[in-house]
Design a protein around this ligand. Structure first.
Ligand code: AMP
Ligand code: MG
Length: 700
C-alpha cells in the first residue's frame, strides 16, 4: 500500500458581507457570526481529516460593484484564499449587484454548486427562486455567493459545505488522479454525504455529491437529521508502542498531526478502560473509606461495612392500638381503670389481674399487662362525678391471646440483626437513613465520593454571566455551568476550575493547581485537531500522563479523551477531556464520567451505569454511521405503561438545546452494526434508551 501524501493544508476562507446597512453599522451584521458558526460546525464534524477550514478574512462592504470586485481580486489573486464566500446582493433590488460583480471575475462557472444551493433552499421556501446565486473559480479560489438573510445564507452554505473541500483542493491544483482514486463511493464517504438510493454512481461522478439527498436537506433545515462526518482519507500514522501520540507543542503548526493518531474505540471498550483506571471496590486501588454521620448528608453514599442493629426495635413492649392494657386471661367483664400509658417516656404503674390501664398506640405496656383490647371492643361503665375521667370500663372482647395487639421487644429488629449489607446504597428515598436512625447508629463507614473539578478551555470562551455583549468570535461558557449543575445534583462536590486559555502555560498551571484539590478532573474543549487543542499534549508531555483513549466511535463525542496523570505516591488523577461542543460534553458526561464517579464512590458491576430501558420511538430515526446517542424525552404512557420517546429535535453537537427537557439518550446503533440493511429505526420500533433524568408521565 503506497501511502498517499496529505491532500492539502488548511483551507482558507474569506467572508465578504455585502450590505449597505451592515456596512453603515457593523453592529447590525449577523451574517459573520452565523457563517463562522457553520464553518466551525463543519470543522467540528471533520475531526481527524486532512483538511480544516480557517477563516482568514472577514469584511463588511456596501452593495457596490467596484468595492466587491476589488476585495475579491485581492483575496483571490494576492492572498490566494481557498474559498471566498459572499453574502447579500443576490436579489432583484436595484442595488443587488453581487452576482454581476462576481460573474465578471470568474474563470470557470460552477453551475452544479448553484444548482445545489438553490435545490436545498427550495426545499425550505419557494421564495428561494428569487435568489440569483453564482459560483465558480477564479485562479485557485472557489467563490460562492449566498443570499443576504443570515438564515438563507446558513442553509445554502450548509447544503454544500461538505462538498467544498473537494472543489477547493482541485481548484488549488490537487492531483485529480489521486483525488479520485477509489471512485465516487469513496469520495462520498469521505465527504460524509450519502447519495439517494438507486443513484447511479458511475455516470454522474460530479453531479452527484448528495446535494439532493436526505442528508443535505437535514443539514439545511437543522432539524434532527444526520450530519455524516467525513472519514480520514489517509492511513493513520504513529501507533508505534511507547511513542507519544499527541502533538509536540514545541514544533510548529505545520508539523502537527493531520489525522488523529488515536485509535477509534467503541463505547464498550471506553467503558472498560475507564473501569480499569478508576478506583474500584474489591481491587488493589479500592476507593477510600471514611466515617460519615447518619443524617441527610449520607444520601448517595455506599456502605463500606455491614451494619447490624445496636438495639432492638421496639425497645419495649408497645401497644399497636388505642385501647386498654389487660391481663389476657381476665376475660369479659367490668374492670377498674388504674392507670394511663401514653406514648411518652416515664415510669408506668404495674398492672395486676382484675385491673386495666388506658393505653395509646405506640405506648409501653404496663408491667404485668399481657395484651391490649381495642377501644372499639369496650364500653364506658362509670366516670367521675364531673364526667371527665373514666373509672370503670366494660371489656367486651373475649378469648384474648397473650400479646394480642402488642409489638414484642425486638419484633421488628433484634440487637445484632443485619440492618444493611456492605455495598448498600443510601438512597434519596430515605429508607436506609431511617433504618440506621431507628437503632441509634450514629456513624457508618462509607466509600468517599470523589470531588470533581470542572475546567473550560478555549480562547473564545467567556464567563456565561458576563454582562457585556459578545464580540465576534466569543462564546459564552455553557459547559461549565451545565457540568457543575449535573455533578452537584448527582450528589458530588464540584469545584469550579474556571476557564483556561488555549496557551500551554495557562492550562498547565490550572491543572497543576487542581490536582491537590480534586479527585477527578473534567475539561471541555481543546481535544479536537486544531493546533490550539492542547489537552492531549499537555497531559502526555507536561504531566507524563497516560492517554487511555482519545477517540470513541460515537456521535456526538468522538474526540472524548480519558487519561490518568500520576500524582504523589501512586495516586493518579483521572482526567476526562470532553469535546467542547455543548451537547457532546453533556452526553459524554452522562455516558462516561458519571459511571466513573459512581465507581469511585463504591458502586460495583453494572450499577455504576445509569439504567437503560427499551422505549418506543414516536418518529423515524435516521441511523448514522457511528452509534448515536440521540437526546430524547421519555414519558410513561399511563394507560399502556409503555415508555415513549420523543426526540428533542436538532441533534447537532453544538446545540445545547437538544438537551433541554431531555431525560434519555436513545442508543441508536451505527449503520454498519445492525445486521439488516436498516438505515433508520422506524417510528413505533423499540430502541434502548439510557435514562439520564427523571421519568414523567405522558400528557393527555
Ligand atoms: P473544541 O473542542 O475546543 O474544538 O470546541 C468545539 C466547539 O465547542 C467550539 O465551537 C467551541 O467554541 C465550543 N465550546 C468549547 N467550549 C465551550 C464551552 N465551555 N461552552 C460553550 N461552547 C464551547
Ligand atoms: Mg477550543
Amino acid at each position: 500500500m503506497s501511502a498517499r501524501p496529505p491532500l492539502t493544508k488548511e483551507l482558507t476562507v474569506g467572508l465578504l458581507i455585502v450590505s449597505d446597512t451592515a456596512a453603515a453599522d457593523h453592529a447590525t451584521d449577523r451574517a459573520i457570526d452565523t457563517l463562522t458558526a457553520v464553518i466551525a460546525e463543519a470543522n467540528a464534524a471533520i475531526h481527524g481529516n486532512t483538511y480544516e477550514w480557517l477563516i482568514e478574512e472577514r469584511r463588511i462592504i456596501p452593495d457596490d460593484k467596484d468595492k466587491i470586485q476589488e476585495k475579491i481580486k485581492d483575496w483571490c489573486d494576492t492572498k490566494g484564499l481557498s474559498l471566498v464566500v459572499t453574502t447579500g446582493g443576490t436579489g432583484f433590488a436595484k442595488r443587488d449587484v453581487t452576482p454581476e460583480a462576481v460573474s465578471e471575475l470568474l474563470d470557470k462557472t460552477a453551475s452544479g454548486l448553484v444548482h445545489g444551493m438553490l435545490a436545498a433552499s427550495l426545499k425550505i421556501t419557494p421564495f428561494a427562486i428569487m435568489s440569483r446565486p453564482v459560483a465558480g473559480v477564479r485562479g485557485e479560489t472557489v467563490i460562492i455567493t449566498l443570499p443576504g438573510s443570515p438564515k438563507g445564507a446558513k442553509e445554502n452554505l450548509e447544503s454544500i459545505i461538505k462538498l467544498l473541500p473537494h472543489a477547493c483542493i482541485q481548484a488549488a491544483g490537487g492531483d485529480s488522479r489521486v483525488l479520485h482514486s477509489g471512485g465516487i463511493k469513496k469520495l462520498e464517504k469521505e465527504a460524509g454525504v450519502i447519495p439517494l438510493e438507486g443513484h447511479d454512481h458511475h455516470s454522474h461522478l460530479y453531479e452527484s455529491g448528495g446535494l439532493a439527498s436526505d442528508d443535505a436537506i437535514g443539514m439545511s433545515s437543522g432539524c434532527g437529521h444526520h450530519h455524516h462526518a467525513p472519514t480520514p482519507r489517509t492511513q493513520q500514522s504513529g501507533e508505534a508502542g511507547g511513542e507519544l501520540r499527541s502533538n509536540d507543542l514545541t514544533g510548529n503548526v505545520a508539523q502537527r498531526h493531520r489525522s488523529s493518531p488515536y485509535p477509534m474505540i467503541s463505547v464498550k471498550e471506553a467503558h472498560k478502560l475507564i473501569a480499569q483506571n478508576i478506583p474500584a471496590v474489591g481491587t488493589s486501588s479500592a476507593p477510600e473509606i471514611i466515617k460519615r454521620s447518619v443524617d441527610a448528608g449520607l444520601v448517595g453514599y455506599i456502605l463500606a461495612e455491614e451494619v447490624r442493629a445496636r438495639e432492638s426495635v421496639p425497645a419495649f413492649r408497645a401497644s399497636i392500638v388505642d385501647g386498654y392494657a389487660v391481663v389476657h386471661t381476665d376475660g369479659v367483664g367490668i374492670y377498674p381503670v388504674v392507670g394511663v400509658s401514653h406514648a411518652s417516656p416515664g415510669e408506668i404503674k404495674p398492672l395486676e389481674a382484675g385491673q386495666i390501664a388506658r393505653i395509646t398506640t405506640g405506648a409501653p405496656l404496663p408491667p404485668g399487662a399481657t395484651a391490649v383490647v381495642m377501644v372499639e371492643d369496650t364500653r364506658i361503665s362509670k366516670t367521675t362525678e364531673d364526667g371527665t375521667e373514666e373509672l370503670e370500663i366494660e371489656i367486651l372482647a373475649s378469648g384474648l391471646t397473650e400479646l394480642e395487639n402488642v409489638r414484642e421487644v425486638g419484633s421488628d429488629m433484634k440487637t445484632g440483626d443485619l440492618l444493611l449489607g456492605k455495598g448498600a446504597e443510601i438512597t434519596a428515598v430515605g429508607g436506609e437513613v431511617g433504618l440506621l436512625a431507628s437503632v441509634g447508629i450514629r456513624e457508618v463507614l462509607v466509600y468517599r465520593k470523589p470531588i470533581v473539578g470542572v475546567l473550560s478551555t478555549g480562547d473564545e470562551i467567556v464567563q456565561h454571566d458576563r454582562v457585556e455583549d459578545l464580540s465576534i468570535g466569543e462564546v459564552r461558557d455553557s459547559n461549565r455551568p451545565t457540568l457543575l449543575a449535573a455533578i452537584t445534583a448527582r450528589g458530588y462536590e464540584a469545584v469550579d476550575l474556571g476557564i483556561a486559555k488555549d496557551q500551554p502555560g495557562t492550562l498547565e498551571e490550572t491543572l497543576k493547581a487542581s490536582f491537590s484539590k480534586v479527585d477527578v478532573i473534567i475539561t471541555t474543549g481543546g481535544v479536537s485537531m486544531g493546533e490550539k487543542d492542547l489537552l492531549k499534549p499537555t497531559i502526555e508531555r507536561t504531566f507524563a500522563g497516560t492517554i487511555h483513549f482519545g477517540r470513541v466511535a460515537m456521535k456526538p463525542g468522538k474526540p472524548t479523551t480519558f487519561a490518568t496523570i500520576p500524582f504523589k505516591n501512586k495516586i493518579s488523577k483521572p482526567i476526562f477531556s470532553l469535546p467542547g461542543n455543548p451537547a457532546s460534553a453533556t452526553v459524554t458526561f452522562h455516558l462516561f464520567v458519571l459511571p466513573a464517579l459512581r465507581q469511585f464512590s463504591g458502586f460495583i458491576g453494572d450499577d455504576v451505569y445509569l439504567p437503560k430501558a427499551l422505549v418506543t420511538t414516536d418518529q423515524d430515526l435516521v441511523l448514522d454511521p457511528r452509534p448515536e446517542y440521540h437526546r430524547a424525552a421519555v414519558r410513561i404512557d399511563r394507560s399502556s405503561g409503555n415508555l415513549v420517546a420523543k426526540s428533542t429535535g436538532g441533534q447537532r453537537s453544538s446545540r445545547i438545546g437538544s438537551l433541554e427537557a431531555a431525560n434519555a439518550l436513545l442508543c441508536l446503533p451505527g449503520l454498519g452494526e445492525v445486521g439488516d440493511k436498516r438505515t433508520r429505526v422506524p417510528r413505533g420500533d423499540k430502541v434502548e434508551a439510557l435514562i439520564i433524568g427523571d421519568l414523567k408521565v405522558l400528557d393527555g
